[in-house]
Design a protein around this ligand. Structure first.
Ligand code: OFO
Length: 170
């Protein structure tokens, strides 16, 4: 049985993951409108992954006999200055997600809730991977700064990466 404090934090994490999914979906829409079709495909795929992250927590809460709560969702921003701006914002957002996971890990450790602590390990590893992924994209974009050809090349790479991730071979 989950303590009320941990249940509240897990339900809050449902909110965070849902928001991440909507944020990436909205960014995918912006990218598509700017003809960055590779980035759009990549972000659509990533939005699906975030929904999967949300569902894992949703199921975990209900498996313990508690109730998962769907939050009222905040509208994500829908206007960006550039493709670099989109990915810088994603990296910043993923660092925030990591901080919420870390807080959950600290709370479950202090409460001797080893089952939830064990459940959270998947998220700890996932956040490490996601920060690494988005930091890499931001850094590559910085390398081609000001070059439209460079950005289109990265857009193509993002399209290929989306195909790899969707086929589960990442
Ligand atoms: Fe991209 O973060 Fe979920 O967990």
């Amino acid at each position: 049985m989950l303590s009320q404090e941990i249940l509240d934090k897990l339900n809050n994490q449902i909110d965070v993951e849902f928001y991440s999914s909507n944020l990436y979906l909205q960014m995918a829409s912006w990218c598509e409108a700017q003809n960055y079709t590779g980035a759009s495909k990549f972000l659509m795929e990533h939005a699906d992954e975030e929904m999967e992250h949300m569902r894992r927590i949703f199921k975990y809460i209900n498996d313990t006999g508690s109730q998962a709560i769907i939050p009222q969702l905040e509208q994500p921003p829908f206007s960006y200055e550039s493709l670099q701006h989109v990915f810088k914002e994603i990296y910043k957002h993923e660092c925030y997600v990591t901080s919420t996971i870390n807080e959950l890990v600290a709370t479950t450790t202090a409460a001797d809730d080893y089952s939830t602590l064990n459940f959270l390990q998947w998220y700890v590893a996932e956040q490490h991977e996601e920060e690494h992924l988005f930091m890499g994209i931001v850094n590559r974009m910085a390398m081609v700064e000001g070059s439209r050809t460079g950005l289109l090349m990265i857009d193509k790479e993002l399209s290929a990466s989306a195909d790899t991730r969707a086929s589960g071979t990442r």
